[in-house]
Design a protein around this ligand. Structure first.
Ligand SMILES: [Zn+2]
Length: 270
């Protein structure tokens, strides 16, 4: 059984501010968060292995994709580290995998009482897939769905857990913290967070065959609402997109992989 584990940092237990997730300016706080991120990744790997996973590909999916500490990662895993990567947080995921686990994730841009709510960058106000607002969890779940693979576990704060459950039927979630604002939260003890992640990862991987992948209907209509007109001015350089008003672009693609490639190109342009 093959499991894909995508690990971000904002949803890790203990993380509350963007600066402490910044490899260049985060200093000791950032390095502490790398250790916590590695511990939560290990908890998920242990749970997956207990449930019968024989291969676990771990995609480091925060900032420059080089935060997890290789020596400290569970030896059962293979680590995908560094970028650029056209499929970003789920690079090299394909139909040979049985389940996707998302650890340390955060809620979509604009979510109230959610730690560092954003969608890929701070320049995006919202993203819609076939008229449905989604964040990183949804976009990655649609990519996985293209290969028939379900997202079975999502961990982060309570707002993210609610977002995941609203989108993904039967998904397992672990809330390691409850935000009171975008930069403050009440936290479980980090060891307790890891225990819960290990337990839910095991249950989720055992149930993987019963969970439905999230499949986008085709053709896929994708819209990006930016925060500033300049972002849309630059994203509009992508030939596939249509400018709609000051801050919005829209496009359509034959499948979700293609939609994501155009989305990601727009994002880098903007
Ligand atoms: Zn991140």
């Amino acid at each position: 059984m093959k499991v894909f584990l995508s690990v971000d940092m904002e949803g890790i237990c203990g993380v509350v501010g963007e600066k402490e997730t910044d490899p260049e300016n985060g200093g000791e706080a950032y390095r502490a968060n790398c250790r916590r991120m590695t511990a939560e990744a290990n908890a998920a790997i242990e749970g997956a292995v207990k449930a019968g996973a024989t291969e676990v590909l771990v995609a480091d999916s925060h900032w420059n994709f080089d935060n997890l500490i290789p020596e400290e990662l569970n030896e059962a895993a293979t680590l995908l580290r560094g970028g650029p990567r056209p499929f970003s947080m789920v690079q090299d995921l394909d139909g040979s995998f049985d389940a996707v686990l998302c650890v340390g994730y955060h809620a979509m841009a604009g979510t109230p009482r959610a730690i560092i709510d954003h969608t890929f960058t701070g320049r995006i106000r919202s993203v819609e897939v076939n008229n449905r607002a989604v964040g990183e969890t949804g976009l990655n779940a649609y990519l996985a769905g293209e290969f028939g693979v379900p997202v079975v576990l999502v961990t982060g704060d309570t707002a993210l857990a609610a977002e995941a459950r609203a989108l993904l039927k039967g998904v397992h979630t672990v809330a390691v913290k409850e935000a009171v604002s975008t930069n403050a939260a009440k936290h479980l003890h980090p060891r307790k967070a890891c225990d819960l992640i290990r337990m839910e990862a095991e249950k989720a991987v055992r149930e993987a065959a019963e969970l439905e992948p999230l499949v986008a209907s085709k053709p896929v209509a994708l819209a990006i609402e930016f925060k500033h007109t300049e972002n849309a001015d630059l994203a509009e350089l992508e030939p596939q997109v249509t400018r709609v008003g000051g801050t919005r672009i829209e496009f359509s693609a034959p499948d979700f992989r293609e939609a994501f490639r155009i989305f990601y190109a727009c994002l880098h342009m903007a």
